[in-house]
Design a protein. Structure first.
Length: 247
């Protein structure tokens, strides 16, 4: 028997020749498992693209909610707040809540507390609870630059956008009514008639406004309200209406 044939027919149970065992193992096929060869150029480029896309997506969706709107932000038209399908009047505060969550909560937050140094709190703010004309002008015209309130000085990286042409008079009246009567605030509701007068007054005003412009508005100034319905005259011979009870 040749040496080659002998090596191919090794009986490992009957031999202790280490060299013969090693020679037999060397003739076996190499393991086809994972090797440590270099990554191909195509796979490397694909990994870079995935990393860049994933990083951009992560930072665009996890950035602070206070800066989410960006310098080119354009406010989304608020939900319609006119009469309901059954023809009954809409509660202005409930309608204003929907508009606030859609157009205002990104900056001033759901609880109205804003962000220190960036977006003023709407809770017990003099701009909210005092006269409604200044508040209406602020929302209608927008705001650029810093503003000083009793809560401190606020200077946002993004200006407050103008809602001129974005909110209808009804929408603006409703969101103002919501802000003025939420989070413990208590003030008069704002009427669509009042906002229509506001728009007429400030339609030629520069937009966005600034602190100096807002300081020129009387902080106690109120927008017009709907005229009270006239009391019908008593028919001849009818008893006069009883006087209202004293409070």
């Amino acid at each position: 028997m040749s040496q080659t044939e002998s090596n191919q027919n090794i009986d490992y149970r009957r031999t202790m020749n280490v060299a013969r065992v090693h020679n037999s193992a060397a003739r076996e096929k190499a393991d086809l498992g994972t090797d440590n060869g270099p990554l191909s150029l195509g796979a490397f480029a694909a990994a870079i693209i995935v990393a860049l896309f994933g990083g951009g997506y992560f930072f665009s969706n996890t950035a602070s909610s206070f800066n989410r709107m960006g310098a080119n932000y354009q406010p989304v038209p608020p939900a319609y707040s006119g009469p309901s399908d059954d023809g009954k009047p809409v509660d202005p505060i409930k309608a204003g809540e929907k508009i606030y969550k859609n157009a205002c909560a990104n900056c001033h937050q759901q609880d109205g507390n804003g962000a220190p140094g960036q977006y003023p709190s709407l809770v017990a703010s003099e701009y909210v609870t005092e006269g409604d004309e200044r508040l209406g002008a602020l929302i209608y015209l927008g705001l650029a630059g810093e503003i000083k309130l009793k809560g401190g000085t606020f200077s946002s990286p993004q200006q407050m956008p103008s809602h001129r042409g974005i909110m209808t008079p009804a929408n603006l009246a409703n969101v103002m009514s919501y802000i003025r009567n939420t989070w413990g605030n208590k003030a008069d509701v704002v009427s669509e008639i009042g906002v229509a007068a506001l728009i007429t007054k400030y339609k030629a005003a520069p937009s966005p406004a600034n602190q100096a412009f807002l300081d020129g508005i009387d902080p106690k100034a109120m927008l017009p309200k709907p005229a009270a319905a006239p009391v019908p005259a008593a028919a001849p011979g009818a008893a006069a209406p009883a006087p209202a009870a004293a409070k």
